[in-house]
Design a protein around this ligand. Structure first.
Ligand code: ITT
Length: 182
């Protein structure tokens, strides 16, 4: 018998889904994976990119969905890679990022969750401030081995409780409060 979900997470990225599923379990929201490649419009605005992805995903999935767009924003690089985080990770990766930095290592991770169903199109944004480590620390996906949140001296990859303090957790918490009260 097919399992029924409260809503779907539309993404090509299984790591994002796994974390989102775990986080939403604590809010008693049962999240399914709708694996798909979503075209990203060219924009400097994560919000505009997320909105485009949510509209496409709802058309494809025909069920209530959330999509998430993230960006790592590095102060000394004027916010780069920002909306280009996925492309930059695939091209120069963490080693390439480390080579671009010197003293000022301040950065933030931004998540925008967008929820879309027949009635609503809603956005929930959150940020986590931190620094970029001086070398790769720990084994994790994406930028986890180089991002140290300010509450800690370990990278996301080294932390056991990333899901309790990440940009994704904070945005999903805001989403859940709205979703459960709607
Ligand atoms: P979608 O199909 O959902 O768009 P994506 O991988 O393209 O998947 P994003 O554009 O939202 O996702 O994210 C940009 C990149 O930022 C992503 O590919 C990762 O390399 C990185 N990233 C996002 N969240 C991360 C996290 O929690 N830890 C480490 N890296 C992360």
């Amino acid at each position: 018998m097919p399992q029924s979900y409260d809503l779907y997470f539309a993404s090509s990225n299984i790591h994002k889904f796994r974390e989102a599923k775990k986080i939403l379990e604590d809010f008693k929201i049962n999240l399914g994976f709708f694996k798909c490649e979503l075209e990203e419009i060219q924009s400097h605005s994560l919000l505009e990119i997320t909105k485009g992805k949510a509209l496409q995903a709802f058309k494809k999935c025909k069920n209530p969905i959330i999509v998430e767009d993230d960006g790592l924003s590095i102060n000394s690089l004027n916010g780069f890679p920002g909306p280009y985080s996925s492309y930059v990770f695939k091209t120069i990766g963490n080693k390439g990022i480390l080579k671009l930095l010197n003293q000022n290592r301040k950065a933030k991770f931004i998540s925008i969750i967008s929820f879309h169903d027949k009635k609503n199109l809603e956005f929930f944004e959150s940020k986590v401030y931190g620094i970029i480590s001086d070398k790769i620390k720990g084994k994790g996906w994406g930028y986890d081995p180089i991002f140290i949140p300010s509450e800690s001296n370990k990278t996301f990859a080294q932390l056991k409780n990333k899901n309790e303090l990440s940009h994704r957790f904070k945005a999903l918490k805001n989403f859940s409060n709205w979703y459960l009260g709607k």
